[in-house]
Ligand binder design. Structure first.
Ligand SMILES: Nc1ncnc2c1ncn2[C@@H]1O[C@H](COP(=O)(O)OP(=O)(O)OP(=O)(O)O)[C@@H](O)[C@H]1O
Length: 357
């Protein structure tokens, strides 16, 4: 295992990049701690696979350095980086037995047969394939084949890191949950450094201790699932994490007040005058519906019952605003919304702005 440092990495697929939009990775400066369980989360096309390929050595970045345990590996090929990779689709040998598939990465490295046997049996136990070890891979289901791929990633315990690129895409939904919990358990037990790429927030939040959120080629936040929920550092994080995502509204901000379409909203903290694209963000969980004079007037458009709570979809002037309301709580006809001032964040050009101290 090793700490992995990405030192001002940028990558453009096109030659002679000049504008920021020419870069698939804009600038990434990030440390992955030894033994950490990370998810790399972001929408399609944001640069997750590019970043993973830079770490694995499939891609030499246009700029910056990558260090494993303090050693510069920027130009080292994948084979020399000692990492395991699990891809979206099974990478296995159909004609080989499950046993030989699992043994392959070890035999390739000339590991003694007794050690191969021990590691293969232990890995098969971890992933629930012990009774299929002698079966040929060809006859197995897609789930089982992908489970073998996961096993091949886990069988070597001397790797610097294990990289997973959307490994559960082809897996049946109920198996997904099982395999994800297994990976989490294996991480706890063996302390592998794991980087798990996904565009699915549930997958990221249930697997990882730390989530790295990417958007348009940039890392916009690295945090625990709680931190991403409590204090999104970018409007995209607020919108992408949570269901429904954070309410984001264009606003004017002065002192401790925001003005949204002629209505004043208390911010709880003071801000300097801001220029650029100014927005406020508040999670639906921190919007209360009240009857009376407090708050700002809203028009309720729809109410969705999702079990223990309801999602109220409303409008504040021209803007959409959602609120999460406990089951059984009244939803007034002439509703007004109170936004918890301590939970209203201010963003400029997408990025969180710190209040005055
Ligand atoms: N080989 C390539 N040549 C040119 N452009 C590429 C290449 N690979 C990726 N890109 C572009 O780089 C950007 C980032 O792509 P990347 O595959 O890293 O994103 P991603 O977040 O992994 O997306 P997905 O979840 O769809 O796999 C996209 O705009 C993509 O079109």
């Amino acid at each position: 295992m090793a700490r992995i440092d990405l030192d001002h990495i940028a990558h453009a697929y096109r030659p002679n990049p000049t504008r920021p939009s020419d870069f698939a990775l804009k600038e990434v400066d990030l440390t992955w701690d030894d033994g950490g369980a990370y998810a790399l989360l972001g929408p399609s096309g944001c640069g997750k696979t590019t970043l993973l390929n830079v770490i694995s050595g499939l891609l030499v970045p246009s700029r910056g350095r990558i260090l494993f345990g303090g050693q510069d590996v920027t130009r080292l090929p994948t084979e020399a980086r000692n990492i395991a990779q699990v891809f979206q689709f099974p990478v296995i040998y159909d004609t080989m037995s499950v046993y030989d598939n699992l043994a392959f990465p070890l035999r390739n490295r000339k590991v003694p047969e007794a050690e191969v046997d021990r590691a293969v049996r232990e890995t098969a136990g971890m992933i629930g394939l012990t009774d299929k070890l002698s079966r040929r891979a060809r006859g197995l289901t897609a789930d089982e084949k992908q489970t073998i791929s996961l096993g091949r990633g886990l069988v070597r315990q001397d790797v610097n890191a294990i990289l997973f690129d959307e490994p559960l895409t082809v897996i049946d939904p109920h198996m997904k949950w099982r395999l994800r919990s297994q990976l989490k358990h294996l991480h706890k037990r063996y302390g592998f450094t794991m980087i798990y790429v996904t565009h699915d927030q549930t997958e990221a939040l249930t697997f990882a201790d730390k989530v790295v959120v990417m958007y348009e080629g940039e890392v916009v936040q690295v945090g625990t699932p709680d931190e991403l929920f409590e204090r999104p550092r970018h409007t995209f994080v607020g919108y992408f994490i949570g269901s429904p995502g954070m309410n984001v509204m264009a606003a004017e901000v002065a002192g401790d007040l925001a003005r949204v379409g002629g209505h004043e909203i208390a911010l709880g903290r003071r801000y300097r005058p801001q220029t650029g694209k100014v927005e406020i963000g508040v999670r639906p969980e921190f919007v209360r519906l009240v009857d009376g004079a407090a708050g700002v007037p809203i028009t309720v458009r729809a109410v969705e019952d999702v079990g223990r709570y309801r999602i109220v979809r409303a409008r504040l002037g021209e803007k959409e605003i959602n609120a999460v309301v406990k089951e059984g709580a009244p939803i007034p006809g002439d509703a007004r919304a109170v936004l918890d001032p301590a939970r209203v964040n201010v963003y400029v050009d997408g990025h969180l702005v710190e209040p005055e101290v």
